[in-house]
Write a protein that binds this ligand. Structure first.
Ligand SMILES: NC(=O)c1ccc[n+]([C@@H]2O[C@H](COP(=O)([O-])OP(=O)(O)OC[C@H]3O[C@@H](n4cnc5c(N)ncnc54)[C@H](OP(=O)(O)O)[C@@H]3O)[C@@H](O)[C@H]2O)c1
Length: 307
């Protein structure tokens, strides 16, 4: 039975991975996240509080568990906060990976690490795995640095870049789809950028792809995202359509008008041929993914989302 250590298991992607892996008898799981308590109230899913930026704690847990695979979903994911709180971002996104890599080497573990399209400048997407990164934001720089930690570590690793994740989980922070749903369901109109282009990715699908990577033992770099290349505005309109809101509640605006601290890649997007070929993955398009979300949300959304 493979021993799997998951970091950031209380986050959106972490929760989705746990949900899928816990259905199989092939894995022995250890869930870890920064918080004292696991969001899974289930004694068959053992949990340890673990701040991945703490080298000694990481070493202690990895020495004890001797995982075969570490899935690292923990990260400081608030892009604007990373821009203004750079030390914290470096600790959470880069030093954490150094810590994991150091200890993984001692026990021979394979690391599966999640990165982002924000490693690119968004001048000429969609991008395949061979394009040279050029991050615009500090978040993007930390994620590229974290990739480079693994590339130079000498340990078996897989780097999966993804983008525009959406989905629902217990107490997860707002993602674009959840924010929009809250606005529309409370009767507010939403201003949405029409000049940021990318591939919306259902978190459940990405989790499934990561499990395929585990099962097939794939290493290297993969771009994994949904198949539809769309502006945030187009994604918002698709959401309004699936959830039966009036599309006129959504107004297009430009990214520049938001005056956000961190620059965003505008013309982004992924070419995912490698993942499709190597993993045999078929990811959900926007309509299909949003319909999955709608079905999951038929339980009251307020039980899940932090306001
Ligand atoms: N969301 C996206 O659109 C997107 C796009 C591209 C790539 N990614 C990457 O995908 C991965 C998963 O993202 P996500 O959307 O699931 O993010 P998320 O919901 O924010 O989950 C990340 C989790 O990691 C935890 N965490 C932060 N710092 C930690 C630390 N030092 N030690 C242990 N846990 C820590 C967070 O806790 P707190 O909430 O308490 O900080 C949170 O529970 C990340 O690597 C992210 O960079 C995400």
């Amino acid at each position: 039975m493979k021993r799997i250590l998951i970091t950031g298991s209380n986050g959106l992607l972490g929760q989705k991975i746990v949900e899928l892996l816990s259905r199989s008898t092939n894995y022995n799981l250890l869930l870890t996240s920064k918080q004292e308590q696991s969001v899974f109230d289930d004694e068959t899913l053992p949990y340890r509080q673990l701040d991945v930026s703490d080298k000694h704690e990481v070493r202690k847990v990895i020495d004890e568990i001797e995982p075969d695979i570490i899935v690292n979903t923990a990260a400081m994911t608030n892009v604007d906060k990373c821009e203004t709180e750079r030390d914290a971002a470096w600790h959470a996104n880069v030093m954490s990976v150094e810590n994991l890599a150091y200890s993984a080497k001692l026990v021979g573990a394979h690391i599966i690490h999640i990165s982002t399209d924000y490693v690119f400048d968004g001048k000429n997407g969609p991008y395949d795995e061979l394009v040279r990164p050029n991050p615009l934001s500090y978040y993007g720089r930390t994620k590229l640095a974290s990739e480079n930690v693994l590339r130079t570590s000498g340990i078996p690793h897989t780097i999966v870049r993804t983008m525009v994740l959406y989905g629902i989980g217990f107490g997860v922070k707002m993602n674009f789809a959840l924010w929009l749903l809250r606005e529309l369901s409370e009767g507010r109109t939403a201003r949405v950028v029409d000049d940021q282009i990318g591939n919306p990715t259902l978190a459940d699908d990405l989790a499934y792809a990561l499990i395929k990577i585990m099962e097939l033992g794939r290493t290297g770099l993969y771009h994994i995202s949904g198949p539809d290349l769309a502006s945030r505005y187009a994604f918002a309109r698709a959401l309004a359509d699936v959830f039966e809101f009036d599309q006129r509640m959504i107004t297009p605006i430009k990214t520049g008008s938001l005056k956000q601290p961190a620059s965003r890649p505008l013309k982004s997007g992924f070419i995912t041929l490698k993942a499709e070929t190597d993993l045999g993955m078929k990811m959900s398009g926007m309509k299909q993914g949003l319909t999955v979300l709608r079905n999951q949300l038929s339980v009251n959304m307020r039980e899940y989302v932090n306001h």
